[in-house]
Each structure stands twice: as C-alpha cells, then as structure tokens.
Design a protein around this ligand. Structure first.
Ligand code: SF4
Length: 342
C-alpha cells in the first residue's frame, strides 16, 4: 500500500472507531530529574540542586481545575525520576482524579509492584517512556534507564489490571524499518495508548543542531500505527511552531493533540490557530472536539467537582476544599498569565 492509500485507510479506521478529538495536557509535577542524562531531554541541560523545581499541590490542583473547565483531558501526570515518594504521588493522583472526575494516567518513571499497590481505582494506567523503536537506540540515548525494567513494568501493570502506555519521540535516530519492532511491543505488551512526539532540538543537547523530523514522516508513522492497531489510542505532540500539523495528524489516525504550553495557547493567536486546524478537520470528519481553545469566560476562580464523575472520593474532595483559598489564588494567577499572553 502506498503512502496515500495508507493515509486514507488510517483515516477511515479512525472514523469508524472513535467519536472525539481530544486536547490533552500533561501536568508536570516537577522540573527535576535525578537521572538527567537522556540525550534529547531538556532536563539534562538544567543544573538544579537536589529536588528543586517541585510544584505545590495548590498549583497542580489549580491546573487540573483549569484543564477541566476548558474540557481538555489530563494526558498524564508527569515528572522526572526520583522526585516524589510513591505515597505522595498517590495523594496527587487522587486529588487530580477527583477534580477531573476520571482516573488518571501516570508518567513518573518505573514503579515497583509494591509501589503500584499504593494506588486504587484513581489510577487508570501507567506509561513506560521507551522513547524509540529499539532497545539498542534506547540504551544509547537513555544510559541510566533500563529497557528490561521498562518491559517488566508493563507486565506488572498488566498483572494488576492497569492500562499501559508508551511514549515515542520521532527524529532521534530511529530507522523507519524499526517500526516493526515497535508494533511487536504494542502487540506483545497489550499497549492501550501510544504518545508520539517529534524531536524538539534543545540547546545544550547533542540534538542542538538537528532538525525535527519531516511532517510527512511523522504522519506516515502515525498512519502505519493506526493501520496495525485500529483501536489503539494514539496521541500526538506538536510544538507551537508546528500547529499546522494538527489537521494532518488527526487525518492520519491521531486521537488527540498534546505538548504545548497551555498558558501560551489558550485564547491566544496560537490557540485560535489550533482551533482553526480542528474546525477545518471537523468538516471532513465525524469526530468532534468538545472543549475550547479560546473561550476565556470558561476559566473561573471557583472550585467545582464533576456532577457525574467516573471517580469520586469525598474525603479527598474535603481536603482539596480546605486549600480552596490557595488554589483559587493559583487559578487567578494562571488566568491572568493567559490574559496577558492574549
Ligand atoms: S528520565 Fe525523563 S526527565 Fe529524566 S532525563 Fe530522561 S527523559 Fe529527561
């Protein structure tokens, strides 16, 4: 099948199996990583002291309320390695799940079986950041992480009944032929969700002088993945200088778009531009985006929990309400940042 046929087929399969278009937001718990040596990663270029860059609970919960108000989705809670102990992460997961009314995905590194047992129905799934198609390239790029441990982590999550996701960055030296290997992993480890990103060549990394992968390559990888796995959730990351990729990625089989600073996007020219990509896509698709990228009146300094939640925990809601003044203060400051960038 040639590229255009693959694209058409991938579009048809996605239309058949999905109804919505999601805007996803990864909520960062911290800007610190104990490993800090993955060759493409921004964290490897910042020299923070131990455990610097941790966000407060109020700030995390304020962001979760705002994401909910705009009807976006929390993609996952994310952090570098060694930042919080698992008990603390479990408390944050419960809080965010109460605010959004949905169980949460995690992308906070490998957790042992006993650590995963801290979680209950507030956790939807875990993410193994395997970053690329093959073990060999992964080990070169992420010297302190272990491929085998990643795979064991997926097995343990499966055993405990959690969903499993992986993240892949395109343009970091992988060969297209290696996709076969990625597809084996998706099949063998019963992966429920793949998040694709494209390389953002950060200053100070070995990729500083590189360029991001070509848009047609990105689209082709997504469409091949969709053809192989018609029901897999596929999320695609775009950077603010590549907004025009959103429509083609959705055509190729992506279910949702992620990876942009939402303070910079919401209501701004960038947000309007992404909105117009989605609106144009909706003309050829039956899938719909039910949130907003632009309506600032949706963002308010009030704390409301969802009326018909999939997840609810009254004790945790009470704890959140005890901090309502501080959370509202953070919401207000995020809204004023958003208004400033408009
Ligand atoms: S483990 Fe994650 S946060 Fe840490 S350096 Fe690697 S990619 Fe960056």
């Amino acid at each position: 099948m040639d590229f255009l046929d693959r694209l058409t087929k991938a579009f048809e399969l996605t239309e058949r199996n999905f109804d919505s278009i999601d805007i996803e937001r990864a909520i960062f718990l911290s800007y610190h990583c104990d490993l800090a040596d993955c060759k493409f990663c921004y964290m490897s270029t910042i020299k923070t002291g131990p455990k610097k860059g941790l966000r407060s609970l109020e700030s995390l919960f304020a962001e979760a309320f705002l994401v909910k108000m705009a009807n976006w989705k929390v993609e996952f809670l994310s952090s570098g390695y060694g930042v919080y102990d698992t008990k603390k992460i479990a408390d944050i997961v419960k809080g965010v799940a109460c605010i959004t009314g949905e169980p949460v995905w995690l992308n906070t590194g490998i957790l042992e079986k006993e650590e995963l047992s801290f979680f209950g129905e507030e956790l939807k799934g875990i993410t193994a950041s395997i970053e690329t198609f093959t073990e060999e390239l992964f080990q070169k790029l992420c010297p302190s992480k272990s491929w085998n441990k990643m795979m064991d982590f997926l097995d343990i999550a499966d055993e405990l009944g959690y969903k499993k996701g992986i993240t892949i960055i395109l343009g970091i030296g992988e060969k297209k032929e290696g996709l076969v290997n990625l597809f084996e992993i998706i099949k063998n480890y019963k992966i429920d969700r793949v998040t694709f990103y494209s390389l953002n060549p950060h200053k100070g990394t070995i990729f500083e002088g590189s360029v991001p992968p070509a848009s047609l390559y990105y689209i082709d990888v997504v469409s091949e993945t969709r053809l192989m796995f018609p029901k897999l959730e596929i999320i695609t990351g775009i950077w603010s200088d590549r907004i025009n990729l959103a429509g083609p990625l959705l055509m190729a089989g992506s279910n949702g778009i992620t990876k942009f600073s939402w303070q910079k996007f919401y209501g701004s020219k960038l947000g309007k531009s992404l909105n117009s990509e989605i609106k144009e896509f909706e003309k050829i698709s039956k899938r719909r985006f039910y949130g907003s990228m632009t309506d600032i009146s949706l963002l308010q300094t009030k704390l409301e929990f969802p009326r018909e939640p999939l997840y609810k925990n009254e004790a945790v809601e009470k704890e959140i309400l005890k901090k309502s003044d501080q959370i509202k203060e953070r919401i207000e400051s995020y809204i004023s940042e958003i208004k400033k960038s408009n």
